[in-house]
Design a protein around this ligand. Structure first.
Ligand code: C2E
Ligand code: MG
Ligand code: MG
Length: 745
């Protein structure tokens, strides 16, 4: 992720956070509004219902009060059926007795004729109130708390009436308080005239006043009117009175033709509703605030984390796009540039795979820092030599990949030569050679991996790593790679199946005037052959592959063991042992158990180590002379003979010989020339090598002797032994046994 992406994400986070806060606020606002309106409606509806219920209760209560009072009075009336035969004193006493149970504070008896007796002195005249009762109708005067019932004699004739005045302490029932709101109840008759009610200034309907008339001017009062005329039990109405709004609960009495109207100011209900809703609003507001604060914090937190992440991304970009060792573009950056440059088809492109030869050796010699310095210098040289449009990067270890643009192929060759020369002349700490594989990208659709493989395949074909070289890719190389792959697929199997065979090439002792190839066989070299599907494959085809993939070490041990077995069978047959030399790859050097393993095999077969010679090619010396010395010493200490194979092909100096614990020097056949002009020089060199070796007590053997002349020359030059087709070719064991021990099948 690059910095721009990071910033984009930051902006996105900001927008999302802002949208989130706005959304929360909007949702909370809408929710509050909706809640308020629903809550308001609900609370109002509930409260109106409560007012109506209250009116109902009032009606029931009033009905109950009236009938209780009247029933009680009727009960008293029964005991007054003889009233007309009683004296006034007796009547008064009886009345006093009745009033003593506290249901009525005062009771009066009024006869049909107008005779009046009271339980105590009254402020009102009972005769005024009893007229209906004297006609047989129970009467209630709620405002005066007066109840009247007729008094019957034994013949059910009305003889008078009883009037009771209820206890005054019951008067407050017209006023009530519900949810902290004070309500007022009135009793109205069927016309809306106030029968009873409290005396309060805000609703100053006095008794006898028609409430309907008083209110009708301003209100339609449909429900109230219906209730009064139809005696509706349970209904509400709203009205305005003196500028104030009221809610009324209406419920008719069953005992009288009256109606209870309970009135509550709407403002009191609203206030109450608010007292219910406001805390909810506060909660919503509080939660919203907490939410917004949390969102803010979250944004702040995320923003800072992102800022930090951006810083890390920037740092990573630096790490990702710059190679920490060379300080130039990284491989990642190369890949991106490669993709971008692929779009431009105006010029040709080539991929160059450059490897520093034997870089590991350089690293061992110069140390880690020194090795890094070489990498840096190579990178600087490449950077200097390539064109502006070209680019390169290190692709792990000591591999550099260059993408170069060109018009003609010569331009690439020129560039490569430049790089090679500059590396040769500008890096002076140590001799640095490079191998360069070149793939002119002919197939533009080929993925970079495949193009890279082709450049690497070309580079891998470079064998001699003693000087810088470059190679162009061609399709035959692909074939050899395929062949290598097919070898790799079957090598393990082949080893297990015993397809690798020991061939022996005899070594002969050279004597003065060695005219015939039948001198004494003093030993032999074990050379591997691969018999696969009836065909014998020579080492040149597979040893380089095994050297590359490391399988050679397994094969060497196998060969060594096979030779041990041979020696054992010969020993068992009582034959004179011959020194058999076995080739060992330099890849064994890092193995600390290398020599011990060889010894272990000798012990296993009970063969003394002195019957073996270990051949190590001279090119191994180029790797690291110290390691070579160490390995040679160990081999010698174990009792094996040691020889330097192919001497003269590598770059080891003759001087080196005095330090190496070597028994035999195998002079490479390249010294033997068939060209007469060069013969003199060649013999001088061989003579020189032979005399130097003999002065160091090192025996010499010349390999690849094909002619009698060559054999004679070497004999003359003092070479101790010879090996070559002239004497004998590498042969199967059976042939060797026939030749040397005369063993017949
Ligand atoms: P080398 O160790 O230098 O073996 C000598 C090579 O020269 C052999 O080739 C042999 O056949 C060949 N040669 C001998 N006399 C003549 C001659 O008069 N003229 C010509 N033109 N060639 C002659 P070969 O057997 O093909 O082996 C090639 C190389 O493979 C060997 O070279 C050796 O380096 C390697 N090699 C063979 N067997 C083994 C093995 O078991 N282990 C290892 N590590 N390398 C092996
Ligand atoms: Mg050899
Ligand atoms: Mg050799």
């Amino acid at each position: 992720m690059d910095a721009n992406n990071g910033k984009k994400i930051n902006r996105m986070i900001f927008v999302v956070a802002a949208l989130f806060v706005v959304a929360v606020l909007a949702i909370s606002f809408i929710a509050t509004l909706t809640y308020n309106s629903i809550a308001n409606a609900n609370v109002k509806e509930n409260e109106t219902e409560t007012v109506v219920n209250f009116a109902s209760s009032m009606a029931n209560y009033t009905d109950a009060r009236f009938s209780t009072a009247l029933s009680r009075l009727e009960g008293y009336a029964l005991s007054f059926k003889d009233a007309e035969n009683m004296s006034d004193d007796d009547l008064v006493n009886k009345l006093k007795l009745c009033s003593s149970d506290n249901a009525f504070s005062q009771i009066a008896y009024v006869s049909v004729a107008g005779r009046t007796c009271t339980s105590s002195e009254m402020s009102v005249n009972p005769r005024v109130y009893v007229s209906s009762a004297l006609t047989g109708v129970d009467t209630v005067l709620p405002s005066e708390k007066i109840y009247c019932v007729p008094v019957y004699d034994d013949h059910a004739e009305i003889i008078g009436a009883l009037m009771g005045i209820a206890d005054s302490s019951n008067t407050s029932f017209y006023q009530f308080s519900v949810f902290g709101v004070s309500g007022t109840s009135f009793i109205l008759d069927a016309n809306g005239v106030v029968i009873s009610g409290p005396d309060i200034p805000s609703l100053d309907f006095s008794i006898g006043e028609n409430m309907l008339n008083a209110l009708e001017k301003e209100n339609d009062l449909n429900n109230l009117k219906t209730a009064l005329s139809q005696k509706t039990v349970h209904i509400s109405d709203n009205f305005t009175y003196k500028g104030e709004k009221y809610v009324a609960g209406i419920s008719s009495l069953t005992s009288q033709d009256w109606t209870i109207v309970t009135i509550v100011p709407e403002s009191a209900l609203v206030e109450h509703a608010e007292s219910v809703i406001t805390p909810m609003n506060s909660i919503v507001f509080g939660l919203t605030a907490v939410f917004v604060i949390l969102a803010g914090y979250l944004f702040y937190f995320t923003y800072h984390i992102r800022k930090k992440a951006d810083a890390i991304v920037d740092e990573n970009n630096k790490i990702n796009y710059i190679d920490d060792i060379t300080g130039f573009s990284s491989w990642k950056s190369f890949m991106e540039s490669y993709e971008k440059s692929a779009v431009d088809t105006s010029s040709n492109r080539a991929l160059l795979a450059l490897d520093i030869d034997k870089f590991k050796t350089n690293n061992d010699t110069l140390g880690y820092e020194g090795g890094n310095n070489i990498l840096k210098k190579v990178a600087e040289i490449i950077d200097c030599d390539i064109a502006d449009s070209d680019f390169f990067a290190r692709n792990g270890a000591d591999h550099f990949i260059i993408l170069a643009h060109y018009d003609k192929e010569e331009e690439i060759t020129e560039l490569v030569n430049h790089i090679i020369t500059d590396i040769e002349y500008q890096i002076t700490d140590i001799k640095v050679t490079v191998s360069i594989g070149i793939y002119p990208i002919t197939d533009r659709n080929l993925p970079i991996r495949a193009s890279l493989d082709r450049a690497n395949i070309a580079r891998n074909t470079i064998k001699n790593l003693a000087e810088s070289r470059y190679v162009y890719f061609n399709y035959t190389m692909m074939e050899s790679i395929r062949a290598e792959k097919s070898i790799e697929n079957i090598m393990e199997d082949a080893l297990e199946k015993g397809e690798f065979l020991v061939y022996l090439q005899p070594k002969y002792g050279l004597v003065e005037d060695n005219s015939a190839p039948n001198g004494e066989v003093i030993g032999a070299e074990a050379l591997v052959r691969w018999r696969h599907e009836g065909e014998i494959i020579s080492p040149g085809k597979f040893i380089p592959v095994f050297e590359k993939n490391g399988f050679i070490t397994k094969l060497d041990f196998y060969m060594f063991r096979e030779v041990c077995k041979l020696q054992r069978t010969w020993k068992n047959k009582g034959l004179t042992p011959r020194i058999i030399s076995v080739n060992m790859s330099r890849l064994h050097f890092p193995d600390p158990n290398f020599v011990d393993t060889l010894k272990k095999y000798c012990d296993e077969y009970g063969i003394e180590t002195k019957y073996f010679e270990i051949e190590i090619t001279e090119s191994a010396a180029y790797e690291n002379i110290n390691i070579l010395m160490d390995v040679f010493s160990k081999i010698k200490e174990a009792g094996f003979h040691v020889s330097i194979d192919d001497f003269g092909t590598g770059y080891s100096s003759l001087n080196m010989l005095k330090d190496l614990p070597v028994d035999v020097l195998k002079i490479d056949r390249s010294f033997l020339t068939e060209n007469a002009d060069e013969e003199e020089n060649a013999s001088k060199i061989i003579g020189c090598v032979v005399s130097l070796a003999s002065s160091l007590d090192i025996a010499t053997i010349c390999e690849g002797i094909e002619t009698k002349e060559q054999a004679n020359l070497l004999s003359k030059l003092g070479c101790d032994m010879a090996q070559g087709f002239y004497f004998a070719r590498p042969m199967p064991v059976k042939d060797f046994e026939k030749l040397v021990y005369d063993i017949k099948e």
